[in-house]
Design a protein around this ligand. Structure first.
Ligand code: G6P
Length: 608
């Protein structure tokens, strides 16, 4: 996600900004920029691409004079990576400059309002409304102007703002996006993440939602959300830098697992407006939506597993066949595609070679394509007819976690949107689904809040040679992902079987002591799975069951039990995968493996 830095002090700002932006690179970005005040005017340098290009362009910042500035690495959300969409954004007159991390949900009406008042826009971003709002709300005082401007904003933001009229100052505010203020000796900073300024200061202020900071070189003034000045306590950082880059977590995978509630919130919340499902980027022709007769979901790896859950959602609500295929198979099998079909390509990176080829194959046959992608501006996002983004933020660990859960959430949103347009969900059903989707991030937070039992179980089984997963229906699709997660990072042989298929071969591998992880979260098929649990236990297997809370009967048939709260059958997999991700993580960590970069695997598979 975007990175923000700001500096005010006696030194030249641009080299300091560049150095800090370098340390924010790990957050993921596709363009970078800086704004510096020099001779009472704001100078901006920005560009698409790596930070090194910006460093080259400004001779490591030396060509950009001025001692007050803000910098930004942009991870595109609204608008492709480009010069105009890069931050900082200037107001129409060039007197205000803004860097932003987050999403302004109501930017469209704000933009319309500002255009009607004569403000001009150069970018497709949501952020540019903020620089123009600063000018619109100008109170002749930077902090007060910022307070007035943010009153108009809905959504999430961390903001750093400059005004040419107050050339020593930076104002900053945050809501639901990270922002920290750093206090130096005669110089002060704003930053997205503490590690980026640890070489400059270890005294920081952790900003709360709605608080505004006004930074001069010699002092920092804080205002509460009501505009009252207050004294804020600073915090001395004594952690080591490398741990801090991972937000204090030992591995990116753990950090990303813990980010899932936020990633789900960001993916779901902007898509539900006034009781309706509104998917940005999806202007589907209503007559075509009604004529839709089949959906083909195509993806690789975990995205394919997410697609299998999408089949359950789409078939259940739309009553049309949904085919799910692995991209490397789909591209060569000459699928039967018709104009009233939709091909959905799912890809976290948007760069997986087989998924790109499958997309092109479908487009070549004249079928409409829709991509569910996390990385903005990636090949799949650009080439598909429609793109629905998962707002998971950059995923660094090779084993996907938040990428996968947000893909399933996006499929649920797509299902509801199509069912709504086809008149297949009543107002009441839509409302129910909306309420459940809104609850989902908190429920995920609850599941992730306590891992002691998962950790204990991992310590019992981390040295096993084979681990089997079984489940039926959506629990089978989920067990495929649980098993993949485990084998890719722990290097333990694992396979997932439909529980009813076990007797047709795989049960011959069950010996006394073999671990079988049985998933029984789907109410409809749970009893059948219990019978399969009995079968493997009769052959000496140790069974770890994953079931819903209050399912007492499972206790009597399984050796160990993990529970997840019940939300609803269709969305349950998003909660149920969380303990399995944690289990895989702890097993891999106990084996001393490189959790974030498992052997032989790549984050993005760009070759066939
Ligand atoms: C690799 C990654 C997986 C991912 C798969 C598909 O194998 O390690 O985590 O699920 O590629 O990637 P995509 O970017 O297309 O979702």
């Amino acid at each position: 996600m975007c990175g923000i830095i700001g500096y005010t002090g006696p030194r030249q700002a641009a080299p300091i900004l560049l150095d800090a932006l370098k340390k924010l690179e790990y957050r993921g970005y596709d363009s970078a920029g800086m704004a510096v005040i020099s001779l009472d005017a704001i100078q901006v340098r920005k560009m698409r691409g790596r930070l090194q290009l910006l460093a080259n362009m400004t001779r490591d910042g030396r060509d950009l004079p001025g001692t007050v500035g803000i910098g930004h690495t942009r991870w595109a959300t609204h608008g492709e990576p480009s010069y105009y969409n890069s931050h900082p954004h200037l107001s129409s007159s060039g007197r205000f400059a803004v860097v932003h991390n987050g999403i302004i949900e109501n930017y469209r009406p704000l933009k319309d309002m500002l255009i009607a008042k004569g403000y001009t826009f150069l970018s497709a971003t949501d952020t540019e409304v903020i620089s123009n709002l600063m000018e619109y709300c100008d109170q002749g005082d930077l902090a007060r102007t910022l307070m007035a401007a943010v009153k108009h904003l809905q959504g999430s933001y961390a903001l750093g703002v400059l005004s040419a009229d107050e050339p020593d100052r930076i104002a900053a505010v945050r809501r639901d996006s990270p922002l920290i203020v750093g206090r130096g000796e005669g110089e002060n900073f704003i930053v997205s993440d503490i590690p980026a300024i640890l070489s400059l200061t270890r005294d920081v202020y952790l900003m709360k939602d709605g608080e505004v900071a006004l930074l001069d070189p010699e002092k920092i003034t804080f205002f509460d959300p009501y505009g009252e000045q207050f004294d804020k306590e600073s915090f001395h950082v004594d952690w080591d830098v490398s741990a801090a880059e991972k937000g204090g977590y030992e591995h990116f995978m753990m950090k990303e697992m813990m980010e899932q509630p936020t990633a789900l919130r960001e993916t779901i919340r902007p898509r539900i407006k006034d009781g309706r499902f509104v998917l940005d980027g999806l202007q589907l022709d209503p007559d075509w939506v009604k004529s839709l007769s089949m959906v083909h979901i195509v993806a690789c790896g975990s995205a394919y597993h997410a697609g299998r859950l999408g089949k359950n959602l789409l078939e259940g609500r739309l009553g049309i066949p949904v085919d799910v295929d692995i991209a490397s198979e789909f591209r060569y099998r000459q699928p039967i595609l018709k104009p009233e079909h939709l091909v959905v390509i799912i890809s976290q990176s948007g760069e997986t070679a087989d998924s790109i080829a499958a997309l092109r194959e479908a487009k070549g046959k004249g079928v409409k394509t829709l991509a569910i992608v996390n990385v903005v501006g990636s090949t799949i996002a650009r080439e598909a007819d429609y793109t629905l983004y998962t707002w998971a933020g950059p995923e660094i660990a090779v084993a996907t976690t938040k990428g996968y859960t947000t893909q399933v959430a996006a499929l649920a949103l797509l299902t509801c949107c199509l069912a709504q347009e086809r008149g297949q969900m009543s107002g009441e059903e839509l409302q129910q689904m909306e309420a459940l989707l809104m609850k989902l991030p908190d429920a995920a937070e609850e599941v992730l809040s306590d891992h002691k039992e998962v950790q204990r179980l991992a310590s019992l089984f981390f040295n096993h040679k084979d681990i089997f997963f079984i489940g039926r229906g959506i629990d089978y699709s989920l067990s495929l992902e649980g098993s993949l997660k485990l084998k890719e990072i722990s290097y333990i042989h694992s396979e997932a079987q439909p529980a009813g298929e076990l007797k047709h071969g795989t049960i011959s591998l069950i010996q006394p002591g073999t671990l079988v992880i049985a998933l029984a979260t789907g109410k409809r098929l749970r009893d059948k799975t219990i019978s399969n649990i009995q079968e493997v236990r009769a052959r000496g297997a140790v069974v770890l069951a994953l079931c819903l809370e209050h399912d007492e009967e499972i206790e009597s048939v399984a050796d160990h039990v993990l529970r997840v709260p019940f939300l609803c059958e269709e969305l349950e997999p998003i909660l149920a995968i969380l303990p399995l991700q944690l289990f895989a993580y702890y097993v891999a960590a106990l084996n001393g493996n490189d959790v974030d970069k498992p052997r032989n695997l790549a984050k993005s598979v760009t070759v066939e």
